[in-house]
Design a protein. Structure first.
Length: 325
């Protein structure tokens, strides 16, 4: 089979397509014939040697969200059968024609959802759900600021906020195209955080009070300003640092009864298995009901994995970037 690997850290060009033996599923595992692989920004960071969401090791092979067809079953697997269409997140060896995963980690692909869209369900979809429900505990009628609102997770958060009854959804991104995209998904207000004074526009949009919830994944001064534009007793959930910088937050910025919380999807998986099961059910309900629709920006062949990483790092995508074997 073909698989994408890298033998050094560096630019997207270190990703190379190689031949490898097709893996054999062990006890509790399944072999999936890949139809689509969702590209996550964390893999771009690990390719550079940054251990985000997992170790950065050599030789490396990026993980991702893999949608495909069950090809073979390991011993003891009875949750699925050969021929089922499934999707799962894998930590490594994901950019490949065949992928091994634990049977317990699978989603069934809902009717009416293609493989590319399905790649949004495991990591981006679960992350979005638990950021806004488990961590932020968004309540109906509350206002919410979503940064990177046009990205793979952000575009899901905008739709989830609407589905959960948010009173006001403020989408922050860079550039008119992304802002128009976020508005088309249900954002009530859009602000360009590439422009000076964007935080004051957020405050003005809430009548000077600030937002009840801020969902932040950019880092740098976007993070510090997001904290400052939360209302008294407002909550900021930090679930990434795509800009590569996590600044210190001034204690005086949270004296106004503000809460800042860090979020890890891996922590939810390890500490809250019941929440994971509930999240999976409710996420699938949102998707099958049409309240949340994963959107694919680009589908590229597996051999163009480097181009997919370049697209992710250019921050120009609207929704999901997908590789197709």
């Amino acid at each position: 089979m073909r698989i994408v690997r890298h033998h050094e850290f560096g630019a997207p060009s270190v990703l190379v397509l190689e031949e490898a033996d097709t893996p054999v599923p062990g006890p509790g595992q399944v072999l999936i014939r890949t139809e689509a692989v969702g590209v996550n920004f964390a893999e771009c960071q690990r390719r550079q040697g940054i251990p985000v969401g997992g170790p950065a090791t050599l030789p490396g092979s990026p993980g991702g969200d893999v949608a495909g067809v069950v090809e073979a079953l390991g011993e003891g697997v009875d949750q699925v059968k050969v021929g089922d269409r499934v999707v799962t997140g894998v930590a490594a060896d994901g950019y490949a024609e065949y992928v091994i995963t634990q049977a317990d980690w699978l989603f069934a692909v809902p009717e009416g959802i293609d493989a590319g869209q399905a790649t949004s369900l495991p990591i981006p979809g679960q992350t979005a759900y638990h950021v806004i429900v488990t961590a932020a505990k968004l309540q109906p009628g509350e206002s919410v600021l979503i940064t990177a609102a046009a990205g793979g997770i952000g575009h899901l958060l905008v739709q989830m906020a609407k589905a959960l009854g948010a009173g006001q959804i403020i989408a922050a991104a860079r550039g008119a195209e992304k802002l128009d995209f976020a508005a088309s998904l249900g954002a009530d207000v859009t602000v360009d955080y590439g422009e000076d004074g964007w935080d004051e526009k957020v405050r003005a949009a809430t009548g000077g009070r600030g937002v009840d919830v801020a969902l932040e994944t950019v880092g740098g001064d976007i993070l510090t300003k997001s904290v400052k534009v939360t209302a008294p007793f407002g909550r900021t959930v930090v679930y990434g640092a795509a800009g590569g910088e996590l600044p210190a937050i001034e204690v005086t910025d949270i004296f106004d009864n503000r809460i800042v919380m860090g979020f890890s999807m891996w922590g939810v998986m390890g500490e809250k298995p019941d929440a994971m099961a509930k999240g999976a059910r409710e996420l699938l309900d949102m998707v099958t009901s049409g309240k949340v629709r994963p959107l694919v920006h680009a589908e590229l062949p597996l051999k163009d994995a480097a181009a997919a990483h370049e697209l992710m790092e250019s921050r120009s995508q609207l929704g999901r970037v997908v590789l197709v074997p």
